[in-house]
Design a protein around this ligand. Structure first.
Ligand SMILES: NC(=O)c1ccc[n+]([C@@H]2O[C@H](COP(=O)([O-])OP(=O)(O)OC[C@H]3O[C@@H](n4cnc5c(N)ncnc54)[C@H](O)[C@@H]3O)[C@@H](O)[C@H]2O)c1
Length: 273
């Protein structure tokens, strides 16, 4: 339980995409437990080329209940970040309901694993559209609310795959590298409005997506172990809360001189280049 003195996001409002579960939910829970009003948005249906289930309406409802129980205002909205109209309506609705939008966390993301010759246009589009175009749309419609009040914190969840190549995922690597480019360019554009834009690159995090990927490549051994071979720290696993800890700092005023930067929460993976 967080003490009253630590509720330093009281009065702040945050929107987290892909917030119905896992990393997104951990971020929402962390900000809410420190006093922020939170809106979680999620697609709530599966996508054809993604080898695991995405969140459901029930996941979204349960997550909102959990967040509301922390004593803050919490709303859950179904929204596909690939759809510009849906994103615009969702952000307008959240800003209207909360009166403003201080923090945007672009966390929604999907992955699939295919060798180059097997990546269909649909698989390419789904990954690029959720991870990169969705981040663009959310920034496009959230930034005007931040400019209006001369305050904003945007945190984009990229990946180690945004910094280096990963096997069987040129589409995911392209999208996550793109998120870092977008982060830097947008930071330049909005700095004069007191808006910070930063990215986080997680290493392998415990998640439902890992199990789906394991089935796609017929992996039989421990999935986390397989996908975290690059980690230098081997005796502990990166959890969604580890990512939420970094987001909390970037969303707070303690990191006010960070913008256009990237924090790797990757157990040392990228230390070896
Ligand atoms: N888990 C890892 O090892 C890992 C590593 C590096 C980066 N990441 C990134 O972290 C983020 C969160 O990953 P996670 O492990 O929590 O995955 P997850 O699959 O558990 O959660 C992703 C959430 O995004 C939602 N979503 C998917 N497409 C959407 C869309 N079009 N619109 C709105 N919501 C959508 C899903 O329903 C789900 O609730 C992703 O961007 C992912 O790429 C994860």
């Amino acid at each position: 339980m967080v003490e009253e003195t630590q509720r330093y996001f009281k009065g702040k409002t945050a929107l987290i995409t892909g917030g119905a579960r896992n990393i997104g939910l951990a971020i929402a829970r962390d900000l809410a437990s420190r006093g922020a009003s939170v809106a979680i948005v999620d697609i709530c249906h599966d996508l054809d080329t993604v080898p695991y289930c995405l969140s459901t309406e029930a996941d979204l409802d349960n997550s909102v209940k959990e967040l509301s129980a922390l004593g803050v205002k919490a709303v859950g909205l179904t929204c596909d970040v690939r759809n510009e109209n849906q994103v615009q309506n969702t952000i307008d609705r959240v800003a209207e309901e909360f009166g403003k939008l201080d923090i945007l966390v672009n966390n929604a993301g999907i992955i699939s694993l295919f060798p180059l010759k097997e990546i269909t246009e649909k698989a390419w589009d789904e990954v690029l559209d959720v991870c990169l175009k969705g981040t663009f749309f959310c920034c496009k419609y959230a930034v005007p609310y931040m400019v209006e009040r001369k305050y904003g914190k945007i945190v984009n969840i990229s990946s180690v795959a945004g910094l280096r190549g990963l096997g069987l995922s040129i589409h995911y690597a392209a999208a996550k590298h793109g998120v870092i480019g977008l982060t830097k360019a947008l930071a330049m554009e909005v700095a004069d409005h007191n808006i910070n834009v930063n990215a986080i690159c997680p290493g392998t995090v415990e998640s439902p997506m890992l199990e789906g990927l394991a089935s796609q490549i017929e992996l039989e051994k421990d999935t986390y172990e397989h996908f975290s071979k690059g980690h230098l720290i081997k005796d502990r696993r990166i959890t969604p809360q580890d990512i939420a800890n970094a987001v909390r700092w970037l969303a707070s005023d303690e990191s006010r001189f960070l913008t256009g930067t990237v924090i790797n929460v990757d157990a040392g993976w990228t230390a070896r280049g």
